[in-house]
Design a protein around this ligand. Sequence first.
Ligand code: IPE
Ligand code: IPE
Ligand code: MG
Length: 256
Amino acid sequence: MLEHLARKWSRKEKNSAPEELDRSGKIPKHVAVIMDGNGRWANMRNLPRVAGHRAGMKTVKDVVKAADEIGVRYMTMYAFSTENWKRPRDEVDFLMKLPQEFLSTELDELIERNVRIRMLGSKDELPSHTLNALLTAEEKTRENSGLQLNFALNYGGRDEIVKAFSTLAQQVKAGVLDPQDLDEELISRYLYTSDIPDPDLLIRTSGEIRLSNFMLWQLAYTEMWFTDVLWPDFSREHFYQAIVEYQGRARRYGAV
Ligand code: IPE
Ligand code: IPE
Ligand code: MG
């Protein structure tokens, strides 16, 4: 299937999606991505793990463009989990520098594309240089009305729910909220994604079939697509393959 798409691709001009992709049909509004396999990609080349993270930045750029070109409205990229602090200090330091590096080369083009940038995650533990780079990008793109690019950084699905419940509990205690007011809609409004629709499609690379604490609440009815391809090797062809498969799925939400 993929070889077929790739061949078709090379025959056509570079920037168009494959023929199978129904541009007028079901384009997922929100695609969430667990970008995994950078370390293994580097290991296979006898490179340090961080070389894989650097290579993965190019994939982010390519995939965001590919998504924008077919009209995806929201992309959420899992860049650093609340559990990734357990990694060696050098690797964590490197990962914390990547947002600045990415934005210093890409922000202008993203602004030209009318992309709006957001950070999802806990800001408290981030080094100030990382946080500032993201807040500046958020600020500069606040009014943009094109694709919204969310970076999930220091993000944990359980941490997000704990924080929401903590705020809700405080408001109940203060008498601002009544326990009877609690419903799914209200809880959703207390998550990082309060103003973002749930993902329609989740992509995870590198062959791992798990969520690793990503968007636990929001993925309730998301279509999932897994590939063995490592994130630095992932390309727009793979992305469009995921979209084509998504277009063939029947979403029932529990109905018949
Ligand atoms: C994903 O690649 C990037 C982050 C989690 C930051 P990994 O670094 O997890 O790569 P593998 O899974 O070890 O190959
Ligand atoms: C998930 O990948 C986190 C990100 C992609 C940022 P991990 O590599 O950290 O996940 P596990 O440890 O394999 O579950
Ligand atoms: Mg991994």
